[in-house]
Ligand binder design. Structure first.
Ligand SMILES: [Ca+2]
Length: 241
């Protein structure tokens, strides 16, 4: 038996450079698997903890002596607000609501802007349903409106999500005609609400929700393998390579 986790251990940190200096975790924490922890341990639910930032590093070290089961962990991305952008992460079976805030006697504030980035698991589409849509009506929705676009990661930067110039999912929404369910192309959608200076206490604003909709249509692997093997057979038969 090793003392002070000298043999096999796991280190978890938010910075790669000082990962090797993080607390070493070892031993048996559950009947089923070695259980490391970041900030808290729930003895029944397993490992859990909130990580500041969007990156987590793990370092696993083992020596050449006894081998145990190892470790297993899961993670989910939490929702977060940065400035006036709300990043909302929905897991597979989760539905998250979002919408305009009520301020004093105004159902939604005037001269106001707010953005939401709606994220569902990779490979799924975002399905958005409007529960309430009641905004000041104006020509081309130039006064108060909500708009939705497909969002994507900035090229070369997998941590920065951009949406303002993404593919338009629906023209600007205003007035009180609720759209049908909206389905994105990818797994992220950018939503922006804007209101002009003329305030109103008549309209309710908007309330919507989103969840993971159907997945993308793609060629399944067995079909792809079948196609590739047929292609290779054809090419070799014709001495093309
Ligand atoms: Ca207005």
């Amino acid at each position: 038996m090793c003392s002070s986790c000298k043999c096999d251990y796991l280190q978890i940190g938010t910075s790669y450079s000082d990962l090797h200096q993080q607390t070493k975790t070892c031993g048996r924490y559950s009947y089923n698997y070695l259980e490391g922890y970041i900030y808290n341990v729930d003895w029944n639910a397993g490992l859990y903890g909130n990580v500041p930032g969007s990156t987590l590093y793990l370092r696993f070290v083992s020596d050449d002596t006894a081998h145990y089961t190892g470790f297993s962990l899961t993670f989910i991305a939490l929702s977060q607000t940065v400035g006036d952008i709300n990043y909302l992460n929905a897991t597979e079976d989760e539905t998250i609501e979002f919408g305009t805030p009520k301020v004093d006697i105004e159902n939604y504030p005037s001269s106001y802007a707010e953005q939401w980035v709606l994220i569902v698991p990779k490979g799924r589409k975002v399905q958005i349903d409007f529960d309430i849509l009641e905004l000041e009506d104006s020509e081309d929705c130039k006064n108060d409106y909500v708009e939705l676009r497909d969002a994507s990661f900035m090229v070369g930067d997998p941590k920065t999500i951009i949406g303002r110039f993404g593919k338009i999912l629906t023209s600007r929404l205003c007035g009180s005609t609720k759209p049908n369910s909206i389905l994105s192309q990818g797994n992220m959608v950018w939503v922006q609400f804007m209101s002009d200076r003329n305030s109103t206490t008549v309209y309710k604003g908007f309330k919507a929700s989103f969840k993971a909709g159907q997945g993308r249509v793609c060629v399944s692997r067995p079909m792809m393998l079948l196609f590739l093997s047929a292609l290779i057979m054809h090419l070799s038969k014709n001495n093309l390579f």
